[in-house]
Write a protein that binds this ligand. Structure first.
Ligand code: RTP
Ligand code: MG
Length: 142
């Protein structure tokens, strides 16, 4: 299976719940390695740029407002099939539809405050990793 990198964000609701450690632990237990990690408070511009693909959607304003409501933890996860594996660990966007045992089933409270973000394809993963991290900030573990 191909080694991949994916961008993960622990969103403001999960940071506020002190769930950062629990969530990162799930990634690690599933065999994904954290190769970059930082806590940031997103500016409106940074959040809008990150979710630009959704700019015409009715929920865009709420999404940007939520993502700037408190600090987030942004990380790059590396491993076999990392993009799909992370999405599996996250569960469905709407926590009511998320499978039991997934991060969103356990930590999300609504479709807006849904605990985590994960890149959804190789192209978005590459773009999103570069949106937050320079090459020097990524530390391959070998
Ligand atoms: P994410 O990008 O945050 O990992 O989430 P996702 O792929 O599961 O969902 P996506 O379709 O990319 O939507 C991005 C975020 O927008 C919010 N959303 N709200 N009210 C709504 O119908 C709605 N749909 C999406 C969610 O917070 C979602 O995570
Ligand atoms: Mg998405």
């Amino acid at each position: 299976m191909a080694q991949e990198r994916t961008l993960s964000i622990i969103k403001p609701d999960a940071v506020a719940k002190n769930a950062v450690g629990d969530i990162i632990s799930r990634f690690e237990k599933a065999g994904l390695q954290v190769v970059a990690c930082k806590m940031v408070s997103l500016s409106q511009e940074k959040a809008e740029g990150f979710y630009a693909e959704h700019s015409e959607r009715p929920f865009f304003k709420d999404l940007v407002s939520f993502m700037t409501s408190g600090p987030v933890v942004v990380q790059v996860l590396e491993g076999d099939n990392a993009i799909a594996k992370n999405r599996e660990l996250m569960g469905a966007t709407d926590p009511k539809k998320a499978e039991a045992g997934t991060i969103r089933a356990d930590f999300a409270t609504s479709i807006d405050a849904n605990a985590v973000h994960g890149s959804d394809a190789p192209e978005s993963a590459q773009r999103e990793v570069a949106y937050f991290f320079s090459d020097e900030e990524i530390c391959p573990r070998g």
